[in-house]
Design a binder for this molecule. Sequence first.
Ligand code: ZN
Length: 193
Amino acid sequence: MKQVLTLSMVIAAVLGIVVYAQEKRDPVMPVAKELPKAMSKEEVSKISDAEWKKRLTPEQYAILRRSGTERSNGKVYQEFKKQGGGSYFCVGCNTELFSSKEKFDSHCGWPSFYDPADTKNVKSVMETDGSGRIEVRCATCDGHLGHVFQGEGFSTPTDKRYCINGTVLRFVPAEAVEATKKAMAAEAKKKSE
Ligand SMILES: [Zn+2]
């Protein structure tokens, strides 16, 4: 009996390590319970490359600061598909980038939106590699987010596909957005009284 118990404990530990290693390789999208505090361009400009490395996970750093790409149809994308209403923020500087209102299923294996939540928060830059692709960056921290494609024939209001790496987005569910806004309004009312 004791041997069986020990053996099952060993198996459980090994399984735990395997699952942990898997999670490490396949990152998940961070979910916040309240609206994150956005950084200003000035604050962001003071962050050195070494500091970015410390602040971000290796996967987030590789995409946001080194223009990397997450694997398609990964865990982040599977989670993204299941998420309800809410907002998506830059994992580097907490700027609001996209919202579930513009989310659509393009079947490309990466989170897709037909427009940013606020156009001024996202900038498009022509790739210099001659591919003609248009890169999408966070307008505040200049972090790489993905690419935007136009005129592919999707029946969305813009026929644009913002193909975004979910690894560099922070999701805030709609209820949490509402709760934070209410709390902020109550706080402001208290101060004015
Ligand atoms: Zn950013």
